[in-house]
Each structure stands twice: as C-alpha cells, then as structure tokens.
Design a protein around this ligand. Structure first.
Ligand SMILES: *[C@@H]1O[C@H](CO)[C@@H](O)[C@H](O)[C@H]1NC(C)=O
Ligand SMILES: *[C@@H]1O[C@H](CO)[C@@H](O)[C@H](O)[C@H]1NC(C)=O
Ligand SMILES: *[C@@H]1O[C@H](CO)[C@@H](O)[C@H](O)[C@H]1NC(C)=O
Length: 447
C-alpha cells in the first residue's frame, strides 16, 4: 500500500508548489537568532539544554551548505564551546512536558568537576543529553575540522560508554538515576560510536566500530523494534509512572538511520543500509498519513501534536535530519519527495509572518514559538535543501543557490486541507542535480 501511494505522488512531482530556497532558511535563521542567549551560549530559555545541542547540530549542517550562514556563525562554535559548560555547571535542569521530571544535573558530578566548569563540560545526569552533545560537536568538527571539537565529542562519548552494559537488560541507561532503558539513549550511543569510527585514525576507528556493532546487535535483539519495524520508546523502567514504552516517536525512528549509515560506511557492509531503509519506510508508514485515505499526504506528525512541549517539538526535525543523512548515501526518490513536501507544507502553513515555525508541519502556525520548533523546522529545510545540490570531489557543496526557483509567496497555490494534497498551479523544475551523479558521502561529513 505505501509503495503504491509513493508512486502516485511521485508522478505529481512537476506540479508541486512553492520551492524552498536558501533565502527562506536564511530568514528563519534571522528569527532563530533572537532566541539565542549569548550570555549562556544556549538557546535558553525558549528551548532546553538538549535542544540547544540539536540547534547547534542543525546550524553546523546549515553552515556547511550556506556560505552566508557560515560567515555569520563563524564565532558561534567557540562561544558555545566555552560558555555552555559554565552555565551547565550552575543549571538546575528543567524537564519539559510528557516524560521527564526535574533533576538538578549537579547531583551526578563529582566535587572535583563541580569546582571547575571546564571539566564539567557537556556532562550531566542524562546519557541521552550527553549523546546529543557528542553528535553536535562531531557536526561542528565536520564543518570546521578543528580537532578540539572531535576531542570533546570523544570525551562526552566515553562518559556514556562507561555505562554500557550496566543495566539488567543490557545497553545503556537513559539516566544516571537508572530509571529507564530507552531507545533514544542507545541509538545515540550507537550513532556517536559509528560517527567516530569514520572520523578517527585507523587504530581508534576499529575500537569505535566494535562498540557500534555491539551497540547495534544489542539494540536489534532488545525488543526496541516492534513487529512493524517501528522503534518503540523503551523496554524497561524501574518506575514506569508517566512512561509509555510502546509509543512511536519520530526521533526514535530517526537517530538510528544515520547510525546505520555511518556503520555501513565504516564496515563497507550494505546490510546496514537495507535495514535503515526498512526502518525509514516503516516510520513514513506510521507517522505520515500515507495510509489514511481521508488525509493522503506525506506530512510527518508526532503523537503528541499539537501539545508536544519543548521536548516533543524537537522530534520531527531530528527525524528529517537523519533521513537526509541516509538519503545522502543511499538515495530514494520517496525520501527526496518526503523532505521537499514536508518543507513546503511547513513553509506555507506552519509559519507565521515573522518566519517563526509552529510544531505542526501541516499548520496552522500556533504558539508557542521558540528555538525548539524553530530548529526542528530548520532541520527539515536543511535536509530538503541539501539533497538538491551536489558535492564536488574535494568536499565543496555546490548547486543549492543555483537550483532554487525563488519564493513564490504564501498565497496562490497551497495546501488543500480537505484533500491534503498540494494543489498544483505552477510547474517547477525537478531537482535537476538529482541524486544519481552525486558522490556518496555522509550527510555533511568528511568521508
Ligand atoms: C539568558 O540566560 C540567563 C541565565 O539563565 C538569564 O538570566 C537571562 O535572562 C537570559 N537572557 C535572555 C535574553 O533570555
Ligand atoms: C503506529 O504505531 C502505533 C504503535 O505501534 C500504533 O498504535 C498505530 O496504530 C500506528 N499507526 C499507523 C497509522 O500505522
Ligand atoms: C573545489 O572544486 C571547486 C570546483 O571544482 C572549486 O571551485 C573550489 O574552489 C574547490 N574547493 C577547494 C576547497 O579546493
């Protein structure tokens, strides 16, 4: 069923509406700047600690494909690197809606680290938060090629990995309080190891490959993946209050995709790509309305909409970023189409006149705006734009600006809320650079 739907929609490609441009994403970048707090190096208080790591990742990816943003962020990486740990050292973690609770991150640190903010770094009481920061510094390393960022990613990863295989069911705990064994933390452990395997010298690469393979093998057999190839939220909780283990969140379907893609590259085994395609397709089947005859479109939704809170509003962008990563190495027309259709829907219907994004990508825009839905939506735009261009053999990204067709505005053609289809009124060129001639590489990585 899903395949038939994809084919039908693909035939309509030429009739699609507004194309997303680099100018669009630069406008949303301007908006995001208002939520950046330069005294802390974080996008707080409108987003949280872990969200800020995701904003940083998204911006490093954007800067890789957009020279204007690259110029304007050239001092950002260093500022976050030095200021965020200082703030971390004095922060009482505020936990967002749905499934977290308040805990002072200080509880989990030794006195020695507490006295010295630079040692405090990007550690806290949550191994998933550490994983987000590890991936953020890897993305910044990919952009800047500065070794200190890779070193920091390794340092943070090592703290996570020290907790590997210490739960009653294997894998890694969500938190240092040992209350939950969940998917996201273990996916981040796997993904960070697989990324590091492709970025470290060969003797270290084997170390990280071994960890990544162990992590994946455990994950695969852990019960995290349900009968429909959807990744569940978790498998074991010491206190299940407020935890919904079977629920299917978009970000849990996402992080695993780049992890498998990186591991495939590190090991030259295509099986991992095959598995990633299976999980990606299962996610599109469960989390878009492609199976829903009354609303037959490709727009991604999380089960928490429209009240996802600061945490949940981040999820979909993470899925889009990781799907784009898989797509950059193992492209499928249906993923290109998914990214473009979602970006177009968000741009036309999920945005307000100040270029702020809401959390529901099919719209309508609704408060609260903030760095969490903003970075999430920008992740989607970056994923959509990245696959329009081409990578030179020397690692230079070309083509995005050339290919954009200009913003045709928000009125005129648009999303038909009755049929859920895009109305076609102005033809636009397909992404002529296409996927076929492009050299394979990690999303923005150096390999
Ligand atoms: C920046 O963060 C600090 C520390 O939390 C806070 O006191 C300050 O109000 C924030 N500034 C803005 C503009 O939000
Ligand atoms: C998505 O998965 C959840 C959990 O397994 C299930 O309850 C729901 O019916 C699925 N939705 C679709 C559209 O497949
Ligand atoms: C990469 O190649 C392109 C075109 O072939 C060239 O314009 C660009 O300067 C090169 N970049 C680097 C960093 O060598």
């Amino acid at each position: 069923m899903p395949l038939a739907r994809y084919t039908a929609v693909a035939l309509c490609w030429l009739g699609m509406s507004t194309a997303i441009t680099f100018e669009n994403v630069e406008d949303t970048f301007d908006t995001l700047r208002a939520w950046y707090n330069s005294s802390t190096g974080l996008w707080m208080p409108s987003a949280g600690w872990w969200n800020s790591a995701n904003c940083l990742t998204m911006l490093a990816n954007l800067a890789t494909i957009d020279g204007t943003v690259k110029d304007r962020t050239k001092d950002l990486w260093q500022e976050v690197f030095t200021k965020a740990p200082t703030f971390n050292a004095q922060m009482t973690k505020t936990i967002g809606a749905h499934w977290r609770r308040e805990l002072p991150s200080k509880l989990y640190l030794t006195d020695e680290i507490e006295e010295d903010a630079t040692k405090f770094g990007f550690f806290n009481g949550f191994y998933d938060d550490e994983g987000w920061w590890a991936l953020a510094w890897i993305a910044v390393y990919d952009l800047t090629h500065e070794q200190r960022y890779l070193d920091e990613a390794i340092r943070v990863f090592d703290d996570m990995h020290a907790a590997y295989n210490t739960t009653p069911v294997g894998g890694i705990w969500w938190n240092k309080d040992k209350t939950y064994v969940n998917a996201i933390t273990n996916e981040l452990h796997f993904s960070a190891a697989a990324h590091l395997a492709n970025r470290c010298a060969s003797q270290d690469a084997q170390h990280f490959i071994t960890i990544a393979q162990d992590s994946w093998n455990w994950f695969y057999g852990s019960g995290m993946i349900n009968d429909y190839n959807n990744v569940k939220d978790g498998v074991m909780a010491t206190d299940p209050t407020g935890i919904n283990m079977p629920i299917v969140w978009s970000y849990n379907q996402g992080v695993i995709l780049a992890a498998l893609t990186e591991l495939s590259h590190a090991t030259s085994q295509s099986l991992y790509i095959t598995i990633a395609h299976t999980i990606a397709d299962a996610a599109l089947s469960n989390l878009t309305a492609i199976n829903n005859e009354e609303n037959p479109n490709l727009v991604l939704h999380d089960p928490c909409e429209p009240n996802c809170g600061i945490d949940g509003a981040q999820f979909k962008g993470i899925f889009a970023r990781n799907l784009a990563h898989l797509h950059s190495v193992a492209p499928e027309d249906r993923y290109a189409e998914f990214l473009m259709k979602n970006a177009e829907a968000l741009w036309q219907y999920g945005r307000d006149e100040f270029n702020r994004f809401g959390e529901v990508w099919s719209g309508p825009f609704a408060e609260p705006a903030g760095a969490s839905p903003q970075c999430s939506g920008m992740d989607l735009l970056v994923g959509a734009l990245a696959q329009l261009g081409e990578w030179e053999g020397n690692g230079t990204y070309i083509g995005g600006k050339v290919l954009s067709q200009g913003d045709e505005g928000r009125d005129g053609q648009g999303w038909d809320t009755v049929s859920g289809e895009f109305e076609s009124s102005s033809a636009r060129s397909p992404p002529v650079a296409g996927m076929a001639g492009r050299s394979k590489r990690g999303f923005f990585g150096s390999w």
